[in-house]
Design a protein around this ligand. Structure first.
Ligand SMILES: [Zn+2]
Length: 164
């Protein structure tokens, strides 16, 4: 660009309608949406149970079977979110963390909500349970985890419900 030329710029917004596929992971999202079930996969060869599910075992590359997992688990690591994208701005502050569901050998990154969100409520080793939105869309945001001792309070709210 030379000194005589100065381009004229206008800020605008582009809105795009699009769809994307969950591919081989579709069963996880359909079961989440329709039946409030959390499905992982179990390797046919080594028996490792994956959550999030892997269609093929990432350790030995063999196909894996779908298995239903419990909706309780343990926090492995967590943090509190104060800065986020526009999609989640109304929810801050909220917790996120890696949760190992009972029966799984890998951990799922997911939201952890608490009525009294302080680090000690969502720290490593705390037991959590899944709470589901009543209106589900087949997305990861259809559910989140809460401390086990808050579960009954969360599922009594009109917009949420317990799992199966
Ligand atoms: Zn395997």
């Amino acid at each position: 660009m030379n000194e005589e030329f100065q381009d004229h710029q206008i800020r605008d917004v582009i809105k795009i309608n699009y769809k994307y596929t969950m591919g081989g992971q579709s069963k996880f999202f359909k079961e989440l949406m329709n039946n409030k079930r959390l499905l992982g996969t179990k390797c046919k060869k080594c028996g490792k149970t994956w959550m999030p599910p892997r269609i093929n075992c990432s350790d030995c590359y063999e196909p894996a079977d779908w298995v239903e997992l419990k909706q309780t688990g343990t926090i492995e690591v967590s943090t509190i979110v104060w800065y986020t994208t526009s999609a989640f701005i109304k929810a801050i502050p909220y917790g996120v963390g890696f949760i190992k569901l009972d029966g799984a050998e890998t951990s799922l990154f997911q939201g952890i909500f608490s009525e009294n969100l302080v680090p000690s409520k969502i720290k490593k080793g705390k037991r959590v349970k899944a709470v589901f939105n009543k209106l589900r869309e087949g997305k990861m945001t259809d559910f989140f985890f809460v401390p086990e001792d808050e579960y009954d309070n969360w599922i009594s709210k009109p917009e949420y419900e317990g799992g199966v």
